[in-house]
Write a new protein. Sequence first.
Lengths: 618, 377
Amino acid sequence: MSDRLTLKDHFRESRLVNDRLIFSAILAGILFAIILARLAILQVVDHEHFKTLSHNNRVGIEPLPPQRGLIYDRNGVVLAENIPTFSLELTPEKVDSLDETLTSLVKLFNLSSEEVAEITKKIRQQRGFRQVVIRKNLTEKEVALFSVNQHSLTGVDVVARLIRHYPHGALFAHTIGYVGRLNERDQKSVDGREYKGTLQIGKTGVEKEYEKLLHGQVGYRQVETNVQGRVVRELTREPSHSGQELYLHLDINLQRVASEVLADYNGAIVALEVKTGGILAMVSKPDFNPNSFVSGISSKEYDLLRDSVDRPLFDRSIRGHYPPASTLKPFIALAGLERGVTRSESKTFCPGWYKLPGHEHRYRCWKTHGHGIVGLKQSLAQSCDVYFYDLANSLGIDQMHGFLDIFGFGRRTGVDVPSESRGLSPSREWKREAKNQVWYPGETLISGIGQGFNQTTPVQLAQATAMLAMRGVYMKPRVVKASRNHNADELTLVPIETGESLPVVNKKHWESVIDSMVEVTKGPRGTARALGKKLPFDVAGKTGTAQVFGIKQNQKYDVEMLEKKLQDHALFIGFAPADNPEFVVVVVAENGGSGSKVAAPMARKMIEQYFGLVASAL
Amino acid sequence: MRYNSSGYKSTPERWSLTLALRAIHIDALLLFGLLVLLGVGLMILFSAGDQNISLVIRQLIRVGAAFLVLIILANIHPDRMRDLAYWIYALGLLLLIAVLVVGDEGKGAQRWLNLGIVRFQPSELMKIAVPLLVAAYIAERPLPPSLFRIAVCLIMILIPSLLISKQPDLGTSLLIAISGLIVIFLSGVSRRFIVGIILTATSALPVLWYVMHDYQKQRVLTFLNPESDPLGAGYHIIQSKIAIGSGGLFGRGWLEGTQSNLAFLPERSTDFIFSVIGEEFGLFGVGMMLLLYLSIAGRGLYIAGQAQSSFARLLAGSISLTFLVGVIVNVGMVTGLLPVVGVPLPLVSYGGTSMVTLLASFGILMSIHTHRRMMES
């Protein structure tokens, strides 16, 4: 009976379990259907969405930075180039033992503990596949040292990069300027797209002014990256285009002479090609090595440059403010003639001082005992102050300012080097606005000899001198002559810009002023008579000695007694040949003491170089 | 070889192979399904494992070892297994406790027991021991079981589940509990009772939350909103969905999946291998995979239905259904339907012990099917 019962139970049990099995199978089927539906949603309905996400996951865009355009002088000499530098870099994820590698690197390259601290900090901050720079600008010896020990330094590589290099160092430091690390402020001022992958940007000089041309056009490549962001392969490539090459008016030989003759004087020399306004030489002293800035100057070195009392970073040629002193006199003389205030034949008596009618104050001539009776020619040649006090008094400040304004005094020349200063040509309006004071007649006299409020920059003096040489035709001073596409054959000339010319009232007035300037370098009593000796052409010039330090009424100026810093600035302006001008030169030697003794000989050297006259043959 | 007009091998030879297999207690259909699945699995593993052939070879060796276990188990009579159920269970419990005391740690979890030559996960033994014991115990008396027996069964399930969740291995713990519960369900407990259990379980959820590890809680939170932590815990699910979704209808092709080959997809040779299938073979491919799983489980369920004792019926049913649950949980997990609980894709994911356990359980299925006393003979 129990057997029968079991059998019956067994049958019942089978049915019971099988019912449940069928139920479970159906339930499992439903769950599988749900899963299949889910998969269909992901793979069919939302397919495009996920395809995009997958694409974005793996495809990255990498910039290919362009090569910066080279800069040449007028002879084709390279002034700014791109050279490969080698840096020692470490890829943390490729290194087996970081500690061991660092220890051997310290031994090989004498890394300081600060350097090691910096490196370990970077390693911690960055992702493992990103290189960490161990040392920049490796020497050949260091590269060799690495090669020999390479086997024990897995994960360490020497990486070559192109960086800007100025082969002539300090010679063009101010005019060409330098490139430096592209910082956040630069990022805001440029098209971020164009600067992807670019590390450097023009910071000063031509490098800054012509940044757009020099930079070039960035290229891109599409790459497939893996989850670590490492490039697996390249998909497409849009190559970059190198920046334009620049050809400058500057002549390296003339620039060298300018730098040599200025020697240890602080100051500036500017030389122009009269017919084009091209700047042949532009030197500011003291200078500095622009290469220091290229790959990041150390703060110690920078502080030294910044805090030096001589201010080597300051570009005196376009920013230095100097009283033009007697170099302004030719312009004042021309103003007097053209405005009909005086005539070429008029004479003035110089007793060594000048008094305004009704005033007791004596305005002194530099020659204590006076020049006696002098005309225009003698006054310019000997730089008589009294003649010009009288002339200035007759002209009045308004006419004087108006005339000098057309010559560009008190205005930026617009030279293609950034951060130019405007100088100062004083006027009644200026004094009212700046100082809230009325103009005093005495100030007119002081302005007439280029002292007082007058401030000019060397490039401004050069441009005005060129305008005088060109008999009133204005040319904008230019450093860059032409540009060329990387692989193009032809140069694109930078157009010569002329501006508002000075209306000539009487050509004779100009010739008489220029003749007087020739007298300066040629006449027996000319302040720069040494300059004109044994030259195949006439040089029109004018010396200037600018007071830095005021002398009281009855004091004497004693060179020996004065500290170097308080000595007068020595100036010279001139052009040659006087009758058919080609070349303008302006010299400013700070604390040089005397325009005729210090500045004029420098100008002579520049003229010799430009016209190819060898000094010994003369 | 002779072929008939329709291209099939002529009947006598096919049958002779089947009969030869039957002689060593191997079920030909189940074996065929398993071999197809394992073959496909190795192919996918090659792609998922950065085309590293040595990984595939290691997996192949495991498959070989697992088949040895399968054949051995297939040749043990189900009645012997039933007799040994208590001992196996006791051994499993002992090893579980040993793991908690002296086990090796791997990935922050203590699951492994180092036996010198092989490292062994005792929790895997429990995957077989629990349904085996519950089925043996519950089938001792007529079905449906009494309340007392159900209570005993629940305790039998609960102890190893809790021990394993302590390791912590939520996925395995869950699968073991489910395999035991399936036996209870199949044994015919009343529907009212089942509803009661579900309600109790639901009310126990807060308690479960309380005892869960932080990383487990994180997984649940991430499951609820994966985008909240795209680079942390949500990263797995997001990348997995991208992989599957970008596969489209027919996929990018074998070895062409960028999500997996460029390593965007984490755990791609283990828990997330299904995403690789989705990316490289598309909806068509994953559909075929699911069909293959259903076929194998279907054969298992058929074997359960044909079994000659309640014990065998319950055990075979539990093995087949647990196998399906593994697939559902894994695929649900990689498609973002379920939280990431760390359940591998059965027979495809890279890993040793689960491969052995799974094939062992199929060995049991074959044993059940091939040890039937043939009525007609």
